[in-house]
Ligand binder design. Structure first.
Ligand code: ASP
Length: 587
């Protein structure tokens, strides 16, 4: 080894020992004669003292040293003089009095400082990710990620789960995104698809008798980028045989509940056991299928109160079969015209025709629609919502779908503006009883709400021909702080049911055979009942690390335009490669 100790290791008890450290020059301070170097490695920082009595070559070398040079320094550990100790540094009690300094490598002037937390343009950080990784923030995040994955591996292994790798070169495994395709050189015009998840493979492992499987699995989905999306991302993929829904939920809930105090002791669960909601309930109460439960501001259905309203906005929505709902923003009665206009713009961007706001002031309701709210209506409104003087009502009157979407989003907006949610609280919950199918307006067809391998409720099987929208599935989501953390389901393990689902989704016999013939056949060889789920690891670590997006917890992410700006990928292929792959590029 180039070093006898790490840069984070030395304490008062090492005083008097001769040691060798190796690492990067974090800071160098020249005090005219004595030079101080903070030497850094992954484990910490140690202050090194270069005294002027060292040989001239050493002093010359040290005078040339710049930030991020790589040095090997031998010397004697000494307690820092009284008053010079730094209690903020784990090694702050000691310093290393150098006797020998070796340059292991030099470094050019850096595009940004490693030793400070200054904000750096993200594309610059990604272009020089290997430098960014030397910074405290990224190191901390990768350490946390490691702790999370290690905990999962150990916990599951101790409970009889086998970690099994599944291929990346496979066949289309739809999860609702586009596939990434890999052309085959050997079979002209044929392609592998990178799996959008190992869904089919883990089900086939169940058919293979593995019974309890997990994998830290890479998933590939070609979809539009957003803050918490990447073309490739990582899931804790799980599957279990001979289980019912609650067995899977319990397993995962126990894993996460046990993990939290180990990896992030400062994060607290909002409630244990985790609350369970039906899909309908979260939509009605929070306007979202991934509710943030750390604060109130629930949606109130005030359609009944305004059933006979003169106010045309409310009346016409109700007459068209819609609804009127409101949320109450605490202490926001004093919002200015400009602030209210901004809220209206947001509501309209989300599809609402408008937003009705009413301030509850000491003098009563204020706002352009106030004159339409009678005394009795106001009393009922206050009773139902629990609003207080100084609060602001926000109403949306429209179809149920739109009302929930708009108020749900405004609710989350207020969370951020009013800082209503404690970042150290993890509000995990289960959402259950999802509809099996969603009507796709654009393509005029049914889509699977979770995925096409999810088991529909057996008691709803006779509704396939009559009323597909009312079929519920055995799918479940794990949500936390406004994010979907995992989806899962009990799966279809019978060929006849899988065929029924394919037919409803518009996948004909021939296409089903071509794409999923292996699944259908496997179900005919004694497939056990099974189910599972797949918590997203990037998103989980992002939340635990209080980071705003998943790029901060991935060592080498793509940027928001799905490019690797460090290696510059994607990039054109060599003509020879294209020829071998039987590919002609058109514009
Ligand atoms: N394959 C699913 C997904 O990626 C998870 C599951 O159903 O286990 O969301």
């Amino acid at each position: 080894m180039y070093k006898t100790h790490t840069c984070g290791e030395l304490r008062g008890t090492h005083a008097g020992q001769t040691v060798t450290l190796a690492g990067w020059v974090h800071r160098r301070r020249d005090h005219g004669g004595v030079v101080f170097i903070d030497l850094r490695d992954r484990f910490g920082l140690t202050q090194v003292v270069i005294n002027p009595n060292l040989p001239k070559e050493t002093l010359d070398l040290v005078s040339n040293v710049r930030s991020e040079w790589v040095l090997q320094i031998t010397g004697k550990v000494q307690k820092r003089p009284e008053g010079m100790q730094n209690p903020k540094m784990p090694t702050g009690e000691v310093e290393l009095i150098a006797s020998d300094v070796v340059t292991l490598n030099t470094a050019k002037a850096l595009p940004f400082m490693i030793s400070s937390d200054e904000e750096v343009d993200e594309n610059m950080r990604l272009k020089y990710r290997y430098l960014d990784l030397r910074r405290e923030r990224m190191r901390r995040n990768l350490e946390l990620r490691h702790a999370v994955v290690l905990f999962m591996r150990t916990y599951l292994s101790e409970r009889g789960f086998l970690e099994v790798e599944t291929p990346s070169l496979f066949k289309t495994t739809p999860e609702g995104a586009r596939d990434y395709l890999v052309p085959s050189r050997v079979y002209p015009g044929q392609f592998y698809a990178l799996p959008q998840s190992p869904q089919q493979l883990k089900q086939l492992l169940m058919v293979g008798g593995i019974e309890r499987y997990f994998q830290i699995a890479r998933c590939f989905r070609d979809e539009d980028q957003r803050g918490d999306r990447q073309p490739e991302f990582t899931q804790l993929d799980l599957e279990m045989s001979f289980v019912h829904r609650d067995d899977v939920l319990e397993m995962v809930e126990n894993l996460f509940t046990a993990m939290l105090p180990t990896v992030t002791p400062h994060k607290k669960l909002l409630s244990s056991p985790w609350p369970r909601f039906t899909y309908d309930e979260v939509i009605t109460r929070f306007g979202s299928d991934k509710p943030d439960l750390r604060f109130g501001m629930e949606l109130n259905d005030v359609s009944g109160i305004f059933a006979k309203s003169e106010f045309v906005v409310f009346r016409s929505a109700l007459e068209r079969g819609g609804m009127v709902k409101c949320i109450v923003a605490p202490g926001c009665a004093g919002y200015t015209r400009k602030q209210l206009d901004e809220l209206t713009v947001t509501a309209k961007e989300l599809g609402a025709k408008g937003l009705v706001t009413l301030a509850l002031t000491p003098e009563g309701l204020k706002g352009s629609a106030a004159k339409f709210v009678g005394e009795a209506e106001l009393a009922e409104l206050v009773k139902m919502t629990g609003a207080k003087t100084g609060d602001l009502y926000l109403f949306v009157a429209d179809s149920a779908k739109l009302v929930h979407k708009v108020l749900g989003a405004l609710r989350v907006g207020f969370r951020d503006t009013l800082k209503l949610a404690d970042p150290n609280v993890m509000a995990f919950a289960w959402v259950l009883d999802f509809p099996m199918f969603e009507w796709n307006e654009e393509n005029q067809k049914w889509d699977a709400a979770h995925h096409m391998f999810t088991m529909p409720r057996l008691e709803h099987l006779d509704r396939f021909e009559t009323d597909p929208s009312s079929i519920l599935s055995d799918a479940y989501d794990m949500v936390c702080n406004g994010y979907e953390m995992a989806s899962g389901s009990i799966r279809i393990h019978r060929r006849d049911i899988q065929s029924k689902v394919f037919t409803l989704l518009g996948i004909g016999e021939e296409e089903a055979q071509r794409k999923f013939g292996h699944m259908l056949e496997a179900f005919e060889f004694g497939a056990p009942p099974h189910g599972g789920m797949a918590p997203g690891i990037d998103r989980l670590v992002m939340l635990l690390a209080d980071e705003p997006n998943i790029r901060e917890v991935i060592a080498f992410p793509k940027n928001q335009a799905a490019r690797d700006v460090m290696a510059d990928a994607p990039s054109p292929a060599e003509p020879k490669q294209l020829k071998e792959l039987h590919i002609k590029v058109s514009d």
